[in-house]
Write a protein that binds this ligand. Structure first.
Ligand SMILES: [Fe+2]
Ligand SMILES: [Fe+2]
Length: 261
């Protein structure tokens, strides 16, 4: 048995870094690769340990092996670019909140991200009052418009894949269908409640608690610039009444604009 130690300033390792570790181990005849990982980062390492049984956690009491490899965090990751990670690991980062804001930010134009931040704050306020899961609420808020900045062409391709029956609807609502699809299959985040909430956020036609919160927070986002104080107060007091009222206002607006009869 020949041990080697991987250590350094990283939370999570990319596929390319794992390949680097594997060839380092091979070149040096290392049979057991130990990783020195902070306790909070163990879930990211567990993913790789499941893939490779020769990867082991290093305990402080053990003697430091002669062979060591120092690594640091992939700089692209710090900026929210998850492309170098396997899809499942991307989902774990989103779930645990590592570089999550950066990832959401990277997908959107600056103005849209300002809306995302402000509506997420409102969604979390409502979630605290009405007892929804705060982490899921944050994820739903941060990623609810995640496909909004994709080129029309790409949104159309995704629409054909995930919701061809709604292709005849306005392009404005495509992202409520393509968003959860992208979050699940590209970003590896699979929580059903969050995906459902995003799937209904422009229509407000879902009964789930998180769906109602996301719908209202999106519509009543203070950064949109309308006076929505009364509606926000109502949403804090009575979520169902606020959804009903907001949907009526939405239908009235669409009728006035001639979008629906
Ligand atoms: Fe939206
Ligand atoms: Fe939005």
């Amino acid at each position: 048995m020949k041990p080697g130690l991987v250590y350094g300033d990283f939370h999570v390792l990319t596929s390319a870094q794992i390949e680097q570790i594997e060839s380092w181990a091979k070149e040096n005849g290392i049979t057991d690769v130990y990783f020195s990982v902070k306790p909070e980062d163990i879930p990211y390492m567990e993913y790789w340990m499941n893939q490779n049984p020769t990867f082991l956690l290093y305990k402080d009491s053990q003697k430091t092996p002669e062979n060591t490899l120092e690594l640091s965090e992939d700089p692209d990751l710090r900026e929210g670019n998850f492309e170098a990670l396997p899809v499942r690991l991307r989902g774990i980062l989103i779930e645990r909140g590592l570089y999550r804001e950066e990832c959401a930010h990277r997908l959107l134009k600056p103005k849209r991200y300002a809306h995302v931040e402000s509506m997420t704050d409102l969604a979390v306020t409502l979630a605290k009052i009405h007892g929804a899961d705060l982490n899921k609420t944050r994820i739903a808020g941060l990623f609810h418009d995640c496909t909004k900045a994709l080129p029309d062409e790409k949104n159309l391709t995704l629409m054909r894949l995930c919701a061809p029956e709604y292709l005849s609807r306005s392009k404005e609502v495509y992202h409520q269908y393509t968003g959860p699809f992208y979050l699940k299959f590209v970003l590896g985040y699979t929580d059903k409640e969050v995906l459902e909430a995003i799937r209904h956020h422009t229509d407000g036609d879902d009964e789930g608690l998180l769906s109602k919160i996301l719908y209202l927070a999106d519509k009543l986002d203070p950064s949109r610039g309308y006076d929505v104080t009364d509606m926000i107060d109502l949403a804090k007091k009575d979520l169902d009444a606020a959804v009903k009222k907001e949907r009526e206002l939405q239908l009235e607006y669409l009728r006035k604009k001639g979008i629906i009869a």
